[in-house]
Design a protein around this ligand. Sequence first.
Ligand code: FAD
Length: 644
Amino acid sequence: MASYKFLTSKSWMPVLRHVSKSHYFQTVYLSSSASVYDKDIKEYKAPQTDTTNVVKKLQRPPFGKNLFLGKFDNEILAFPEVLDKERLQMLDEMVAPVEKFFEAIDSKKIDAEGKIPKETLDGLKALGLFGQQIPTEYGGLGFNATEFARIAEITAIDSSVAVTLAAHQSIGLKGLLIAGNEEQKAKYLPRLATGEWVAAFCLTEPGSGSDAASVQTKAVLSDDGNHWIMNGNKIWISNGGIADFFTVFAKTSVRGKTGEMEDRVTAFLVERNFGGVTHGKPEDKLGIRGSNTCQVFFENVPIPKENVLGEVGAGFKIALNILNSGRFSMGSSGAGMLKKLVGWSAEHAINRKQFGKPLMEFELIQEKFAKMAVTIYAMESMAYLTSGMLDTYEEPDCAMEAAMVKVFSSEAVWNCTSECLQILGGLGYMKDYPYERFLRDARILLIFEGTNEILRILISLLGLQHAGKSLSEMVRKVRNPTANPGFAVKKMWERFRRNPQNPSLNLHLESFLHPSLKRPSELLEKRVLQFEMAVEILLSRHGKEVSTKQMDLRRVADVAIDLFAMTAVLSRSSRAYCIGLRNAEHELELANSFCVDADIRCERLISELFAGEQFTQDLSLKKIATTIFQNKGYCAEHPLKQNA
Ligand SMILES: Cc1cc2nc3c(=O)[nH]c(=O)nc-3n(C[C@H](O)[C@H](O)[C@H](O)COP(=O)(O)OP(=O)(O)OC[C@H]3O[C@@H](n4cnc5c(N)ncnc54)[C@H](O)[C@@H]3O)c2cc1C
């Protein structure tokens, strides 16, 4: 057996290590005056992080995508320690006032009235929460992804507020950070950092939802060439009614490579006071009721040509980059919210007696808590592993990892919130308790920032395209066996020899983890090796057509998500044990339990991928769906129906 070589987080070095003096003094000021926030929130000075001397690592190969080739980057098994001690301490000191502020928010009232009070918004601004990831030179807090994720754990406790903040900075102004030029940043970021101006992200239209490239809002250049004139209609825009600044995606006519004019999406920075920008009344929604969601209309809006974001015609890529960069934080925000709910439900289970015993003594209740803890552990681990990659790698390619965090976490929040409500029984259903509100609020997570269906397709296609580049020659030959008979036979023999059901383990993942994690690390390794074979089989079987095989794409995405989650929990729990964190044994238990469950899920999915649709339920399911559409609904006869 290979010897145990626990990777310390030094392998993620260099970490962010520069902290300015002024930051230090502000922190001391903050920590030495805990009552500062109480006295007057306007006096509160949020700590500033100077990121000018941040050192980043060289580029690394994409972890998630490489799983599709059976390549496993062992360095990921050293859970990232992105923040040095000083910076971590400063973050901890920001946590306390933010928690205090959120404890005082009346979420029930916000939900009932469908509006966040002005004082709450002012308080958020005073805490610096509108400028978390805006660099300090523009008046923001200069947070990296890890710090942002940590604060998101707290702000998630009021979903309406969380969505307002996310619409502002995760998507509304993110384009400016990613693709803005110096003049644009200098002009807008200071006002956006303080929250003097609120931002919104305008992509969705009545006819353009998941198919975001099909936007119809149009911008044409004015005759004098100085302005773009925008006309169109966006729907369900978070902050749409309160924003002063909009990142808007519109069709523009550009000369293509062939010299012909073609429609391409361009991103624009639009101020409300350009004129011609109006909004509809706030939508009446199932959840996140206090967040403002409106239609936004653009009628002959004159946009100075300097307000094009990035290149004309390159807006769709910017939209994708914006969405890809923000999704990872759903893991930490979801975990933050669930940790609260689990705490409240645990208290109930301890105190509530039925059949002469507290609920906590019943196995079915214990199982619920254990499964929720395992799930939360996975969410947190995936989120902070991804934020660590974003903070540490140069030009990180983490779109897949971020999407995996979003899909896993949104579904976990929905399921666990429902379980917490169940533990409360009838009380959970009552509006006097917050569970039904959390459940309503949680539902949106599966829909926005890319629906989970679209993200599963994204995850699998990103990976398959990546693998396809290396495997194209092999796929071409295997798909044409008559022209390459020798190759096809050789490939079949090679597959047989690799023993898909029980591949020999040669990645030695266990040697990078604590020895007590040997068994789950072998489970992960086995599934990684099988996954590579499944990808190869899938590409050989379908070639380019694979992009239309959505049931298989869903399986591929679900295996990839589980492999990433297994990696994250193993890496985190090993580190926790090796550095002697409190409750490290518990963490090993959580990681182990997650891996055992994930392994069972992967086994089924991979065996279905190996088998192909003839041997799964896929054809039958398609037939059932076709019958439903032909009959415009469920069409089995009523069980009471008798033949005449
Ligand atoms: C509360 C709220 C806030 C929002 N905030 C914003 C915002 O700030 N800015 C903004 O631009 N937008 C915003 N949106 C819009 C949101 O991003 C879209 O609702 C989302 O992208 C899905 O689009 P759609 O609702 O039109 O659904 P559709 O695209 O019509 O999809 C309907 C269903 O079909 C599935 N589907 C679609 N295409 C495929 C496919 N090819 N294969 C398989 N399944 C498919 C989807 O997954 C979904 O389940 C918000 C929406 C809501 C509800």
